[in-house]
Design a protein. Structure first.
Length: 125
C-alpha cells in the first residue's frame, strides 16, 4: 500500500515503503495501522504511543548496544545462529503476542509519548 492509504478493516495490510521514522508512521496510523514493525540498523528509539511498535535490529552489534529497546535481533541470521525461516516464525509469534496485549519494549519503557507529531513543521532529517 502507498502511504498514506486507508486499510481495509477486515484484512491484514502491509506497507513496504522505506520511510523516515517520525514523518511517515503517523500517516500509517491515520490509515488504520494498529501495530508497527520496523527494521533499524542505526538504533532508532521511536516508540509511537498510539500503537505498539516492534523494533527489529538488523545487526547483532546494535542488539548488544540496545537490547533493552530492541524487540528482536534479526542479526542472528547473518551470524548464522538462526535461519530466515526461524526468524520469520519468531517475528510472527511476537506480532501475535503484541497484538494480543503483550507490551513491546517501547511500551514497557513508556517511549513514544512525545513522538506522535502528524504534521511536523520544518525539515525532517
Amino acid at each position: 500500500m502507498n502511504t498514506p492509504s486507508r486499510c481495509r478493516p477486515t484484512a491484514l495490510s502491509t506497507w513496504t515503503r522505506p520511510a523516515t521514522t517520525r514523518s511517515v508512521r503517523p500517516a500509517r496510523l491515520a490509515g488504520g495501522a494498529n501495530l508497527i514493525c520496523f527494521t533499524t540498523g542505526r538504533g532508532s528509539a521511536y516508540g509511537c504511543a498510539p500503537s505498539p511498535s516492534l523494533k527489529l535490529s538488523t545487526n547483532s552489534a546494535l542488539w548488544r548496544k540496545q537490547e533493552d529497546d530492541m524487540d528482536i535481533n534479526c542479526g542472528e541470521i547473518i551470524d548464522g545462529s538462526s535461519t530466515v525461516a526461524e526468524m520469520g516464525q519468531r517475528i510472527f509469534e511476537l506480532v501475535l503476542a503484541t497484538a494480543s496485549g503483550e507490551p513491546s519494549k517501547s511500551e514497557k519503557h513508556g517511549y513514544g509519548q512525545n513522538e506522535f507529531v502528524p504534521w511536523q513543521v520544518g525539515a525532517v532529517m
